[in-house]
Write a protein that binds this ligand. Structure first.
Ligand code: MRU
Length: 347
């Protein structure tokens, strides 16, 4: 069982502070709205599904301590809280999806007492967390069918237990293949600038005794040329209706390289990562982060302090470079719009 990345404990949201890994395993107990917002913004909790779950609990925290005299006051407060949380990070659609679920839960029970609605919100957040656990297991079951004995897999960023409530999306598939007795090796891209691959994926895979080798992001092409990689598995932050997929910056590089070397490139993501309001990936909002992340590596300056920096946190891989998208309801192939409909769409 993975170490829980997020749990509701002692009336607070308890998370692993991912900025401290791998040097220290530190837990934070977040008992107010602002502290969860900051934890999301500063990547103490990160990864699309985990961000959505954290935001759902942040709604609970943002409402429970305020005395509201009427349902309209409750509704106004809820709107302010969810609007505030929507500003934390723009790309992972799971954040917006979870907040919409919390709002819908309240709408269905309009005019109930605040005590009732507080309990309802907590139940809904706990349901989102529990569902994510089940989803990880289903993703793993479908995705592991794409893995053969002795496969050598490349992954980027962290799409594992640290990014979800269970054992992850892309990494969950790897754990499941291992449970099935398949002997696999993993290469983990370090994932500059914030090093989620080096710090988090390697830490996680070593915990689970998976054979993992760390590489710098610029080494993938050479490894593919040398025949050292035969499949790529990544997660997703937002998938447009046509299948274009936003994921950690550097994912698109890998998809291009995979196409050139004729290697399968798989995305593993829950149905909630689809944003059908967006026709293509051109419309996916891409988070721009602090230039300091690029000028320095964990507090140590590695570039002139006044150099200009471009620091998009995500890129978009066009659908035609994606061999398949693994969801909890099945494996989708192109055309993604049609195959997504076939599994029931966003129901
Ligand atoms: O900036 P991060 O660390 O939140 O980015 C995370 C990713 O890009 C993951 O690959 C994605 O959220 C999928 S996690 C199951």
């Amino acid at each position: 069982m993975p170490i829980p990345t997020l749990e509701w404990k002692r009336n607070s949201l308890r998370i692993i502070d991912q900025t401290k890994l791998p040097a220290q395993l530190v837990y934070l107990e977040l008992d107010n709205l602002q502290s969860v917002w900051r934890a999301i913004k500063n990547l103490q909790v990160r990864g699309a599904p985990a961000i959505g779950i954290a935001a759902a609990f942040a709604v609970v925290l943002g409402i429970r301590d305020v005395r509201l005299k009427s349902f309209s006051q409750f509704e106004n407060r809820l709107k302010r809280v969810t609007e505030y949380l929507r500003q934390a990070r723009p790309t992972a659609v799971n954040l917006f999806w979870a907040l919409e679920r919390m709002e819908r839960a309240v709408r269905l029970h309009a005019h109930k007492s605040q005590a009732f609605l507080n309990r309802l919100l907590l139940k809904e957040a706990q349901k989102i967390l529990q569902e994510d656990k089940d989803i990880c297991r289903s993703l793993a079951r479908f995705g592991s069918k794409l893995i053969k004995d002795k496969d050598i897999i490349l992954t980027h960023c962290n799409a594992g237990a640290l990014a979800t409530a269970d054992f992850g999306t892309a990494l969950g598939v790897i754990y499941q293949a291992r449970l099935q007795g398949k002997r696999i090796k993993v290469y983990a891209d370090e994932t500059r600038p914030v090093l989620q691959g080096a710090r988090l994926t390697c830490w996680e895979l070593l915990q689970h005794k998976v054979d993992v080798t760390l590489i710098c992001d610029n080494m993938a092409a050479e490894l593919m040329k040398e025949g050292k990689i035969n499949k790529i598995f990544v997660g997703a932050d937002r998938i447009a209706a046509n299948g274009d997929t936003a994921n950690k910056i550097g994912t698109y590089n890998l998809a291009v390289l995979a196409c050139f070397h004729r290697l399968p490139f798989y995305v593993v993501a829950p149905v909630s990562s689809f944003d059908l309001r967006l026709r293509t990936g051109k419309d996916i909002p891409i988070e721009q982060r602090d230039p300091q992340e690029v000028r320095s590596v964990f507090g140590r300056q590695v570039a002139p302090a006044n150099v200009k920096v471009y620091n998009p946190a995500f890129d978009v891989t066009p659908q035609h470079l994606i061999s398949a998208i693994v969801t909890e309801r099945g494996i989708l192939r192109r055309p993604y719009k049609k195959s997504f409909k076939k599994i029931g769409g966003l129901k």
